[in-house]
Design a protein around this ligand. Sequence first.
Ligand code: SF4
Ligand code: SF4
Length: 164
Amino acid sequence: MALTMKHLFTPPVTRQYPSEKREPFPGSRGLHALVRDSETGEAACVGCCLCAAMCPSECIHIYTSDGDDHEKILDRYEIDTLRCVYCGFCVEACPYGAVVMSEHFAYSGYTREEFLYTKDQLLDNWDQHFGEKKGQQYLDRFWRPRRDDFSAARPAKKPGRGDE
Ligand code: SF4
Ligand code: SF4
């Protein structure tokens, strides 16, 4: 009875979502994004499929084709987020730091198709969630060590016109 009486006068902890939103905990693993290379404007992903091989849910689907110099062209990169368990293995496995997770976790939809994120959508996620300072701080704080470790492994930039 004393416990009940005590709780009668404590303020409720219920939040009126979505009008009252809570900040995500630091390091939360949310929606994925494909890193957009600042030089080319394209995905930094080289289509090596390591992330897909590491994914325990098998929810990453990658389709590549051969380019003129036998380099891999990333045709499609898809993540079925309904199957994802947000373990972060894909991010840790990527030798190029080309896939990241954002703090954005509150996303919803009415159909299964809305949760199948395509390459363009994942690149949009990068623009949306990592374009600003806060997103970059999140990336630097939680994923940056791996990006730095492997930055030397990026393929050398091909000489463009006028570089000779
Ligand atoms: S977070 Fe885990 S389950 Fe989700 S896509 Fe990456 S490796 Fe797969
Ligand atoms: S491991 Fe990285 S570079 Fe390789 S396919 Fe996945 S995201 Fe692309």
